[in-house]
Design a binder for this molecule. Structure first.
Ligand code: GLC
Ligand code: GLC
Length: 811
């Protein structure tokens, strides 16, 4: 069942009912100011950091689920309705929500009046613009009363949701003309405020929630609205809101629009006040002046459209598979921008108060983003590297605003360091900017301890190389990529962190997954060194990588697949010797991507085992058999009921690794089958089962052991987005930047007769046509670049040209 459809021409997903199984959201903003917006106008806004600078309040886990947002109420005689249906939920005669790239349009119609609400964050501005256009389709003049509503958050989202003994007394606002200023804590240490304004004269306003709603009502029954009488309330403590009331009379056929702006502004400490107790509003007014007319709004929307058009032109496919095209050309790249910006901080499942930027998460997100805006990827690498410690270990998370490591979680997740190499190598292949390796980067954010980025990479490698266990495999520490495989924390107290309660630092447990990473990213580090002419260092590294390769084939091999780990007592995890959890997905994907066992035949066996034991109709589950009891020696993984999350859920992030691995072996049919199974556009028709948005990846789909097999959770913020873009663009379509040139080596289903790709890399537009009339899954018979036959699959970077025409004949 579908709840909407893709409009590829406009690059929109069009939702045709407000009753989606879950809120289906979009993100507005791509630089500093961000908003989340659901298909019923729910959500919230923040400036740079969803925890520390949140502008509007949102109640997670509310009932019903999605209440609170930017709401516009239309009162037409006795009828009150909202274009997005919520919160009043008056049945609409027509409803449609169009989620586009950086904007959302919600259209509602009731009793001959239509409303179109266009929401977006203009480029370069710190605000959300909401334009509401009303049209009278009746034969009579209509007089309407319009109310707006946002509820302010008192900036720090954690305090806002917990410290009520203080919060209920701190709220302050100023109202000036059509503008409402939220200035809680501005009297003391904050030098920022929020503004919510409209471009037309108001008939009244409200800034105190209780006055607006009434003491015993929610937003759905706001008394001021239903009575059609704003209270002109001025908040003092309690819950400050922003609400404008406007009167409008529309002749038959007439339209009128209202432009609302919710913005963030800062002042220098010495320029905070224009009079005692009165905010200096100059910067807000400069911003508001830019959005007073429809023409200004249209121009800003056009600029946003051009911005995305430009970004998406970096990689564009043409093929006979419409779903593939829309994922590659639009939604997968769009989601990569969102995960790059948000990491794991703010979604409808991540409250914005918790994890902030994950070290490993952000490094991986960058893999799918680096081609879009390389200079932002560059800055991100430097920020991330600055949270590394001198011994090569890293903070596991950091806060986006302060860029400081999170000391509560600390370090000791032993996969983290190697992801820094992965991210940097991807950046270097994309840009050739080896200068970044000379940038001086602090350790532990301490500039006195700065070293060139290259030295950070070396320490990442050394950290792993010098911490091996009894089998010669890397020590796992608190966890590796799988946060829930906690082999050194024997947590038996409810509420305790599974990752950081260090009550059993065995110093023994080892990870085959990190071993796979060591081979893959160790090799990439060696290649970087070779490129810099450091041949001694590179052969030293290659020798260590070779040793690890051999160790994996020995201690890491179980007979039919790669083992997952060794626990604190040296017992294998992910082995046929185990009673449950005999086979895990992660080492099969990572080890084969690293090339381990390809020539020896282990790789093919491992992938066959994945197919036989882990595959399902909705994707590949993380392990089998699921753990049915809690295991102290394994940790959080066994805490989940069978089939959910890391305990045998279809943990989507690890699926593309297996698809990439199949491509490494040349199995185009199978690589694509794995890609398709979890790819949202292919799941649109089963939206009633899948339930999350059909245009973006979710973190997890319930596995076959779960009662709700096939149901997805935690949409948007997942490494699945970046890895699937890497998978489809570099492994399946096979277009991958290398240090020396653009490699073209497709691995596609034999039924795909070919495709075209436009790829901009290092300033050159490569126009690639792949001909698969031979009907093969892999293999390049001829490659012709600008009329010249290229013997290998790598087209040397054509620095001197703007365009390069490439024809590839498979066979
Ligand atoms: C979550 C985390 C990620 C981790 C994964 C597997 O998605 O954000 O860091 O690798 O779970 O546990
Ligand atoms: C929990 C989740 C896992 C996530 C981790 C982040 O362990 O199961 O997916 O990575 O929290 O701290």
């Amino acid at each position: 069942m579908q709840y909407g459809y893709f409009d590829d021409k406009k690059k929109e997903y069009v939702i045709t009912t407000p009753r989606t199984p879950l809120p289906w959201i979009n993100y507005l903003g791509s630089e500093d100011f961000f908003s989340l917006i659901s298909n019923t106008a729910g959500g919230y806004s923040f400036y740079r950091d969803a925890k520390l600078l949140r502008l509007t309040r949102y109640r997670y886990n509310n009932c019903p689920g999605d209440v609170g947002g930017r709401y516009y109420y239309i009162k037409n005689k006795d009828e009150v309705w909202n274009p997005g249906w919520q919160p009043v939920k008056t049945e609409l005669d027509h409803y449609r929500c169009r989620h586009g790239l950086g904007y959302t349009v919600i259209e509602g119609e009731k009793s001959g009046i239509s409303a179109a609400l266009t929401c977006f964050v203009p480029l370069g501005e710190h605000c959300e613009v909401d334009r509401l256009a009303l049209t009278n389709h009746t034969a009579k003049p209509q007089t309407l009363t319009l109310f707006s509503l946002v509820e302010f958050c008192l900036w720090n989202a954690v305090d806002d949701a917990s410290n009520f003994q203080r919060n209920f007394s701190t709220g302050e606002v100023e109202v000036e003309g059509n503008s409402i200023y939220h200035k809680t804590e501005y009297r003391e240490r904050r030098n920022h405020y929020a503004v919510y304004a409209v471009n037309k004269p108001v008939a009244g306003f409200d800034t105190d929630r209780e006055s607006f709603c009434g003491a015993h009502n929610g937003f759905e029954a706001a008394e001021a609205v239903f009575e059609g009488k704003p209270r002109n309330s001025v908040a003092s403590g309690w819950a400050p809101i922003g609400s404008h009331c406007l009167e409008v009379t529309l002749r038959p056929g007439e339209s009128s629009s209202f432009i609302f702006v919710l913005g963030y502004a800062e002042n220098l400490p010495e320029k905070k006040w224009s009079a005692p107790g009165v905010i200096n509003k100059a910067s807000a007014q400069r911003m508001l002046a830019k959005f007073q007319t429809d023409v200004q709004v249209e121009e800003a929307l056009t600029a946003l459209g051009t911005y995305w058009e430009d970004l998406l032109s970096k990689f564009r496919i043409g093929s006979e598979d419409e779903k593939l095209n829309r994922m590659v050309n639009i939604w997968n790249q769009y989601q990569c921008m969102v995960t790059f910006n948000m990491s794991r901080s703010a979604s409808y499942y991540e409250s914005g108060m918790g994890r902030g930027m994950g070290f490993r998460d952000s490094c991986q997100d960058l893999l799918g983003f680096v081609h879009l805006i390389p200079h932002r990827a560059r800055q991100r690498i430097l920020d991330i590297a600055a949270t590394q410690f001198e011994d090569g270990s890293t903070y596991h998370q950091y806060q986006p605003l302060t860029k400081r490591g999170n000391t509560d979680v600390g370090s000791g997740f032993n996969d983290d360091p190697l992801w820094l190499i992965a991210a940097t190598a991807a950046y270097l292949r994309e840009t050739g900017d080896f200068g970044i390796l000379q940038e001086s980067v602090p350790f532990d954010n301490n500039t006195e301890k700065a070293q060139p980025l290259l030295e950070h990479l070396r320490r990442s490698f050394e950290y792993t190389a010098t911490r091996k266990g009894a089998h010669g495999l890397p020590l796992i520490g608190r966890a590796d990529w799988n946060d829930c495989l906690n082999l050194n924390c024997f947590s038996d107290q409810p509420g305790e962190s599974f990752q950081t309660c260090s009550n059993f630092e065995s110093g023994r447990a080892e990870s085959v997954f990190i071993a796979g990473m060591f081979v893959k990213y160790g090799t990439e580090y060696a290649e970087i060194c070779e490129h810099l002419g450091k041949t001694e260092e590179s052969s030293r590294i290659r020798a260590q990588v070779q040793k690890m390769y051999d160790t994996v084939l020995d201690a890491g091999w179980d007979g039919e697949w790669f083992r997952r780990a060794y626990d604190a007592f040296d017992a294998p995890v992910g082995s046929r010797e185990c009673d449950e959890g005999q086979i895990f997905i992660e080492p099969q994907g990572m080890c084969v991507m690293a090339g381990i066992g390809v020539k020896e035949g282990h790789a093919a066996k491992a992938l066959q085992s994945v197919k036989d034991r882990l595959d399902t109709e909705y994707g590949i589950v993380l392990l089998q058999p699921a753990y049915t009891t809690y295991r102290l020696n394994l940790g959080e993984i066994s805490s989940y009921p069978p089939g959910y999350k890391e305990n045998a859920g279809i943990f989507c992030h690890s699926n593309p690794w297996v698809s990439c691995a199949e491509a490494v072996l040349g199995n185009g049919d199978r690589a694509f089958e794995i890609y398709r199974k979890i790819c949202p556009a292919y799941l649109e028709e089963i939206s009633e089962i899948h339930r999350t948005e059909p245009y973006v990846y979710s973190q997890m789909i319930a596995g076959k052991d779960a009662p709700r097999f096939g149901e997805a959770k935690n949409s948007w913020l997942t490494g699945t987005a970046a890895w699937n873009f890497v998978n489809v663009s570099q492994y399946i379509l096979g277009i991958r930047p290398t240090f020396d040139g653009l490699c073209i080596d497709p691995c596609i289903p034999k039924t795909l007769s070919g495709f075209t790709v436009d790829r901009i890399c290092r300033g050159v537009r490569y126009r690639i046509t792949v001909d698969n009339s031979a009907g093969v899954q892999n293999g390049v018979r001829r490659l012709i670049a600008d009329g010249i036959e290229v013997p290998y699959r790598i087209v040397p970077y054509a620095v001197h040209k703007k365009d390069c025409i490439i024809t590839v004949i498979m066979g």
